[in-house]
Design a protein around this ligand. Sequence first.
Ligand SMILES: *Cc1c(COP(=O)(O)O)cnc(C)c1O
Length: 394
Amino acid sequence: MDHAAGTYLDERVREAMEPFWIEKFGNPSALYKEGREARQALENARESVAGVIGARGEEIIFTNGGTESNNLAIFGVAYNIIGAGKNHMSVKSPHIITAKFEHKSVLRHYEMLKKNGFSVTYLDVGKDGIVKAKDVKNALRPETVLVSIMYANNEIGTIQPIAEIGKIINNYKPQNNHQKIIFHCDACQAAGYLDLNVNKLGVDLMIINGSKIYGPKGISFLYVRRGVKLCSTYYSKPGDKLHSGTENVPAIVGLAEALEIAQTEKDKESARLTELRDYFIKRIMDEIPKVFLNGHPEKRLPNNVNVSILGVEGEAVILYLDEYGIACSTGSACTSESFDPSHVILALGKPRAHAHGSVRFTLGKRNTKEEVDFVVETLKGVVEKLRSISAVNV
Ligand SMILES: *Cc1c(COP(=O)(O)O)cnc(C)c1O
């Protein structure tokens, strides 16, 4: 029940990857047969993912994960402005916009740019966990160079009005002489559930990774709209490629296969999970007192259930449920090593007690109604027990 943190490999994906470990192991840059085979597989994967998102092959950059793609997207834009890039453009006091509940891999890069003189707007997300398009509109300035808004939030699953925001950004006429405002969208949680067509969405940079879509971990791609200038964030060989180094061919092949499957099965699986999700939410809300749903009840991913259970610590619930073989999370996996309350739940304007008691269940392909029933029954007992031993007055 923690598929937003990571998924097992789909058997079909494993099969697609298999030949590229031992038989077809060549470096795609090599000129002989094994190299050409690897190059061909790489190019096929590139065309395949481009096809799914309505892009061209040359607009796809493979990187080693969602975090790295966010790095390349955000710093790739910034380096051009601070003068490190060959497309150097001078923007006085550059301004960038993001939302308070973005993934840490976006927020940390924004914080670094802020320290280096960029001015940053962190948009509120409102009680329902949705960024308002008009707030983006009001935040735009002549010096704005980049806007980063995620497609679906990884903790509360809320779906953002990306196409609407894209229209606003694309219609904004830059007054200074710099290139148009770049719209960056982290779509790591969206694949398999939402429409990924980059032209309908109006995005310039979009990110998808393998580990959330039953593909391999440590692989991702960044879509870069033709004409959008990024600067490489590291240099290892001449040629100024945006991402250099030997390509991880098996993982790239796996990512492409996983994305094809995700999009093919999207409608059917979304319908199945939506029903299961709503049943799950209803049972929790009906049967456990003092529980609050986090995020909009409908405008959320079909697999996301995030609740605040007052009077308990989310971490304690996770550990007790683990004893019964139930895996779920609090906050996001990325913050589970710290006991800081979730920045996402706080961004909803909820009190700290709601953040401390937040628990996320994210359903996946193999989850059944029987499992949901088992989780609800177990959760009821665990919450009762924790509340009875807790010093906190509910
Ligand atoms: C998982 C995730 C990331 C990070 O991806 P990695 O491949 O783990 O580096 C970034 N953004 C979102 C929304 C995610 O869910």
